[in-house]
Design a protein around this ligand. Structure first.
Ligand code: ARG
Length: 271
């Protein structure tokens, strides 16, 4: 049995509370290194992310300290290192990230962000650094019932506020949507029969079903146009955009992104 194997409803609730459910934003501000070393002259690079998304970004106790980890965070660390800057990580509700970026409170968004046309208008987006499919997560007993997308018509679906999954679900005939700020809250809703299905990125779905008893991924296949993930940067900040693309290119050519994904998946599963 892995580390999350016996994760109960109560524990999930505690995790939800501990991570603040999107409130008390500043309390969630964490330096990636775990050390809040702010020398006044040091250049900082502030990352905004919604750390509810294993293996991309999630909370983990490292050396006794609550730390935000994941492959998006590894990528952010490389970007900061290539710039000679200190990385500061802010945990924010997913649907607030692009506004925070436009108002300059954060420098970049790395948060499993999909490149939609609407987002392209609001902020600048980097090259794609990784791709994944969408998955439908349900309770074990409902696996066959939701084996195709048509079966989701009229279903109660839980999705993250402001995500592309929200748009996908809005397109499903008669679906009754529950939009929540954190993926862990959607998982709770599934466990307690308040929603019947959720749509999420495949790697995130895999991580949750592996660690939360009673949930499975169905065979339903979803086609999504905006596949792939990008880094968001404030409109017009071409200097940072170029730097980000340069680091992404380096990481890709060195095979580092796949390495980071593998390591973060293990970490999310408590291995
Ligand atoms: N890829 C989806 C989107 O861009 C979901 C991303 C959610 N990310 C997160 N860290 N919770 O809308």
């Amino acid at each position: 049995m892995n580390k999350w194997g016996k994760l109960s409803l109560g524990m999930l609730l505690t995790v939800g509370l501990m991570t603040g459910c999107g409130q008390n934003k500043d309390e969630n501000t964490t330096a990636a290194t775990g050390e809040a070393t702010a020398s006044p002259t040091a250049k900082t690079l502030t990352l905004g992310t919604s750390a509810d998304f294993p293996p991309y970004e999630f909370h983990k106790v490292v050396d006794g300290k609550d730390t935000i980890v994941g492959f998006d965070i590894d990528i952010a660390k490389d970007i900061a290192a290539d710039m000679g800057a200190e990385l500061v990580v802010k945990d924010l509700p997913f649907d607030s990230l692009l506004n925070e970026l436009s108002s300059g409170r954060i420098d970049m968004v790395i948060s499993g962000l999909s490149p939609t046309e609407e987002r392209k208008k609001a902020v600048d987006l980097s090259d794609i650094y990784y791709k994944a499919e969408q998955a439908v997560v349900v309770r074990e007993a409902d696996k066959d019932k939701f084996s195709n997308i048509d079966a989701l018509k009229g279903a109660k679906i839980g999705i993250q506020t402001g995500s592309i999954q929200e748009d996908i679900a809005k397109g499903i005939e008669g679906a009754q949507l529950t939009s929540l700020s954190k993926i862990s809250e959607i998982v709770l809703q599934l466990q307690s029969n308040r929603v019947d299905a959720s749509i999420m990125e495949g790697p995130v779905a895999k991580s949750f079903v592996k660690n939360v008893p009673g949930l499975v991924i169905t065979d339903a296949a979803l086609e999504v146009e905006d596949d792939g993930y990008v880094v968001g940067i404030k409109k017009g900040n071409t200097e940072l955009l170029d730097q980000v693309n340069k680091t992404l290119k380096r990481l890709q050519s060195e095979g580092k992104i796949d390495e980071y994904v593998a390591a973060a998946s293990k970490l999310a599963d408590g291995e």
